[in-house]
Design a binder for this molecule. Sequence first.
Ligand code: UGA
Length: 432
Amino acid sequence: MKISVAGTGYVGLVTGVCLAEYGHTVTCVDIDERKVALMESGISPIYEPRLQELMIKNKERLSFTTDYQGAYKEADVIFIGVGTPEKQDGSANLTHVYTVAEQIARSVEKDCVVVVKSTVPIGTNDKIEALIHSNLAHDVTVHVASNPEFLSQGSAVRDTLGASRIVIGVEDEEAGQVLQTVYKDFNAPIVVTNRKSAEMIKYASNDFLALKISFINEIANLCEIIGADIEDVAHGMGFDKRIGDQFLKAGIGYGGSCFPKDTKALHWLANFHDYELKTVKAAIDVNENQKLKLLKKSRKYYERLTGLNVAVLGLTFKPGTDDLREAPTLVNIPLMIEDGANVRAWDPVGIENFKKLHPEGITYCSSIEEALQEAGICFIFTEWQEIKELELDKYRTLMKHPIVLDGRNCYQLADAEKAGIVYDSIGRETIS
Ligand code: UGA
């Protein structure tokens, strides 16, 4: 089967590479010539474990091009994996998806299935189908299928090769059959449904996970007030299979390219239809507040951060990725700087991207130790392994005042106590 994939971001590139790993011949299309040249030379433009290795391993079956016409004209299946960023009003920006749909319509010269992998609001697949049918340049049949993606950044390849489920949303049996053939070697349950339900499965899954995080964060905030321990509470809850033990990690809120955008987009869509999704709205509001939790805590120790060396450990929205989208640091660091802090930041892979946004005003450090030098306070924003494995004594020996505000609960309270540091984390007793 000849497959083309439009877009080489997290979704598009990982999809293309994993389909090649399962034996398909795949052409990945992107408008960015520099990126295409990079991928052609075997280099992945994004940091994802195993991605580059699989790009090199499957190079005979993988090609990269900016020539979308050539890539689409004889393809059996065309995946759309371009971005659907958030618009100012919270709705999804579908410009890229519609542009690709039109390009496909003008290019295809044989019957094919267009598969929408991008996260799109419910009803968008119908619009894509209409757009393609009204722009077709040749007398061919094009089916449109929804096939949402459930990969997480940092484990994208693992999540795709060993998918928890494959959701296929179709309006005709033929397209369903083609997709079942594409995925025949993937050892995952296949859910076949109509297109709108498939689109909804994606949003409902992400919004439910976001809600779970906001819920546990609220419980954590209450734990702090009443003297309970969120780690024990979450542990005790997780044994109930109806609740599950995943996504109960309290912290400084969810970031990334998906939860913030998908909660707002579904809430917007509901509003558009005169319905208020109250639980999703609550998840969004709780998250906005949670992001500032550490900064609020810092007021307990310093009225202002003026003139203080402030160590920031972790810049990315989670470990295992260099992605900064919606990372809590993006709102916190500018506020620290505004307050007059000397920010000294460390991250194992996120510094280059952060520098692009903030080339000045921050001292970027190549080690945790360097960031901690003479610091009056330390903020932990990402639970990188290097941070978790740090000897806690270092906070005491390197910092001017060993005050550690941990937004990801990286350490045991007993260890912090033994190290003799002030340790203020989320939903737990403060060690001082
Ligand atoms: C998320 C979903 O987990 C994927 O299933 C989905 O396919 C993806 O969005 C998408 O729609 O593309 P991702 O954004 O890569 O994946 O990252 P997650 O691991 O879900 O983490 C998101 C945020 O939630 C991070 O900031 C993380 O720190 C936070 N989080 C996660 C918590 O605060 N607590 C938890 O228990 C889990």
